[in-house]
Ligand binder design. Sequence first.
Ligand code: IVH
Length: 671
Amino acid sequence: MPEPLTPSEAGARVAELRDTLGRHAYLYYVRNRPSISDEEYDRLFRELQALEEAHPDLVVPESPTQRIGSEPSDAFQSVEHAAPMLSLDSAADVAALERFDDRMRKAVDPVRYVVEPKLDGASVELVYEDGLLIRGVTRGDGRRGEDITENVRTILSVPLSLRQEDAPVPSRVALRAEVIMRVGAFEALNASLLAGGGSPFANPRNAAAGSLRQLDPRTTASRPLDIFVYDILAIAGAAPRSQTETLETLRCWGLPVNEWCRPAETVADIVAFHGEIEDQRDDLDYEIDGIVIKLDDMAQRDELGETSHHPRWAFAYKFPPRKEITRLLSIVPSVGRTGVVTPIAFMRPVELGGVTVSRANLHNREEVARKDIREGDRVRVQRAGDVIPQVLERIDEPGRERTEPWVMPAVCPSCGTPLEEKGPYTRCPNLFDCGAQRAGRIQHYASRHALDIEGLGDETSRLLVDEGLVVHVPDLYDLNVEDLLPLDGFARKSAENLIAAIQSTRTTELARFIYGLGIPEVGVTVARELAMHFRSFEDFRAADHETLQTVDGIGPIMAEQIVAFLSRPRVSELIDGLRESVDPRPPERAGDALAGHRVVLTGGLTSMSRNDAKKLLESLGAKVTSSVSKQTSFVVSGENPGSKLEKAETLGVEILDEEALLALLEENGVA
Ligand code: IVH
């Protein structure tokens, strides 16, 4: 047991820990460049928690341990904003943008703009006093909003205190920011709400706004929220003289500022930016609904002033809407490769932001009942990010006769097996002989991240199964051109192409092959880790529960699932069949210089992330593992190394610092 610290030692250590944790949180959440591992961060965090518990007088509100402090409240207080939170003049056509630009050119000279993405989240005010976050407020009616301070404090990318290093921090400053939920986090949240029998949010904006308005801050804390700050509403003392300077200052204070903000001078610049970011729209992991064009110069802004609800110096150039109303033609249960039966909405085709949509996933029978959508109804549909289209709601049509409520069939529409219900979900238990599940597995095997067989999508997979040409995945390799010719939609050329595409996958990358098997829980990333770790399919297949858990990202539950799946006799049979035709190759290597070496990384690196270091070492054949043993060839020790360094020293394992690692990588041509 270490000696307990004296109060003054504890005070010093607490200050040091807060400083270190604050710096790492900043690198992680704001700069996206973590320099220590999550485990190391957690260890420091727990040390701080323990010290604060032993010395309660050392606890301060800005401590990272104090993000979730308060008990649930009964209601939010209404508070006035430091300055009105106006909205924006907006339009989706270039003519309106040109008129805005004309007005600017008549009013001020020179005209310089900053263009920013228009973030589709919930607008909030953040107030910092002497650098400490003292308040968070919803936009409300623009003059007054609700005090959601306790909830805002739980958002990990919101600094509880501003950084003082690079720019002076004023005694008081009120900021405007957008709270968002990233698309992936939103989908995961909805999936878990659905699984728990709850109702999902319609889109990430609603999810963000709804999560902010929880009376229990612990609920907000459990929601993956994020923030971008873009404006100073009010400041004590000297204010930045331009938007460029504002954004720079916000960055210096350690606040997250969107990386897409940039200067622009002409309508052509603006249109180019609008086009560029619209192209990226589906790849961004947060939602935007247009761009905002702002005069850069604050003195010019003051000259122009504002109307009662929007400033004259800014304009939102929006993207075409991604929400439309159409008619629901039918609801069809669809059996996926895992046997889950999903109701699919077939709709009269509509265009949503440039894409024609005619189908949407209705998730499960409870969702259909909750939204009360029936065949023939008018519905509002939406496409958000690259999320699959959704039916948002039913549009009421008074006086129109509606059809009966939709019901899930009692037996599998594909194989006739009685369906089983589990929570809100329905599933067909006939795993191996259900045609829909067989087709689903074939489609998955052929999908882009798996074997990537062009021309073998949803429809063709089903056709092959329905026609009895392919029973299970291995049969694909026995197909020939003559088999395909009689099928609907196949000419000689397309048949030849498909057969060639299938045959070309006889050698493939191991990761693709593992992913293609459709093992429960094994996504693209895990498949890649498995391939990297085992380097041979047979080694992977033979791995037991314990061995699997030594692979990055694999815990006991996933290990269990993998073993259970691979040991099913029918699965085994299918894999044996596939292995007769397919030879999966281990990932390519830059060399074999470190083959047979076991390496452990500890502490943060400054020149690259730990993950990059791992990838580079693996490309040289090294096995990167997480715990030090006598078998470890060497340990790379970065900043704030953990206990692994001590263990290496005790065991006499060679230790490399970052410089030595770089030299080693460079020697082998992968620096
Ligand atoms: S500036 C006085 N910049 O869009 C000007 N607003 O429709 C204040 N928004 O409620 C707005 N991204 O919350 C500005 N980069 C951005 C923005 C942005 C999103 C929101 C804002 C406002 C809404 C207006």
